[in-house]
Design a protein around this ligand. Structure first.
Ligand SMILES: C[S@@+](CC[C@H](N)C(=O)[O-])C[C@H]1O[C@@H](n2cnc3c(N)ncnc32)[C@H](O)[C@@H]1O
Length: 231
């Protein structure tokens, strides 16, 4: 039996969340194809490097937010299973109704994956409910990043970890930097991207909230951050 479900009605959406819901309403096949282009030319990274990074931060009680269509999480869990590592409870959340429906379909046969609709800055989960959280390709898409960090801290157990790849302001040589900038500007106009971050800015957001930065590894125009909730 599938555990995919949509939780209780959400609180009234702000205009920014309505915009997210609308921006992420394209069909899954187009989202996935477009995402591959964005990954290559704006993030300047690969699916494989994301899978390898994210797979290491899956505990027996894991929150995945935002899940999008579920394609990346599916690859991460398959890679984990292939390596003989255990998969426990996975709660996968997104705000977009279209993405939630796609992820529910993607995980219909996975008993351990629950899919729910929710806002990362206002999560319907208890304090200290999770041991790990992955935010894949999502932090720079959140309208309220400070609220998101606060909620991560609240729902994580002390000592629990967040892994996230965050989009940075384009760097590196031309013309690659200009191409990435054009894609970011287009993403912001479409409502797909809120903003890329400066490296120091994103690290201090996590530190000030109460996280210890375990690792921060710059890859192309992204930084892979592993942060631990201070005990
Ligand atoms: C670029 S997608 C990444 C999704 C997925 N992790 C992936 O790699 O394919 C960004 C996602 O963030 C979601 N999102 C944006 N703001 C959100 C919020 N406040 N709460 C939950 N999800 C949000 C969007 O609906 C969208 O699915």
């Amino acid at each position: 039996m599938s555990h995919a479900s949509v939780t209780a009605p959400l609180p009234p959406a702000s205009a920014a969340l309505d915009r997210i819901d609308h921006a992420y309403s394209d069909p899954a096949w187009w989202y996935n194809l477009r995402g591959l282009g964005i990954l290559t030319f704006a993030y300047r990274t690969t699916v494989w490097s994301q899978v390898a990074f994210l797979e290491q931060n899956i505990s027996a009680n894991h929150l995945e937010i935002p899940v999008g269509t579920g394609t990346l999480l599916n690859l991460v869990l398959r890679w984990r299973a292939f390596r003989g590592r255990p998969i426990g409870r996975i709660v996968a959340v997104d705000y977009s109704e279209t993405m939630v429906a796609a992820a529910q379909q993607a995980f219909a046969r996975w008993r351990s994956v629950e899919v729910a609709r929710g806002d990362v800055a206002n999560l319907p989960y208890a304090d200290s409910e999770f041991d790990s959280i992955n935010i894949a390709n999502g932090f720079h898409c959140f309208p309220d990043p400070d609220g998101a960090v606060r909620e991560m801290l609240r729902v994580l157990k002390p000592g629990g970890t967040v892994a996230t790849n965050v989009l940075l302001v384009p760097r590196g040589p031309q013309p690659l930097r200009a191409i990435a900038q054009r894609i970011d500007d287009w993403g912001i106009r479409k409502g797909l991207l809120i903003r890329p971050f400066e490296l120091d800015d994103i690290l201090s957001k996590f530190r000030h909230a109460g996280f210890e930065i375990v690792d921060a590894d710059v890859r192309g125009n992204t930084v892979n951050i592993l942060a631990r909730k201070c005990a």
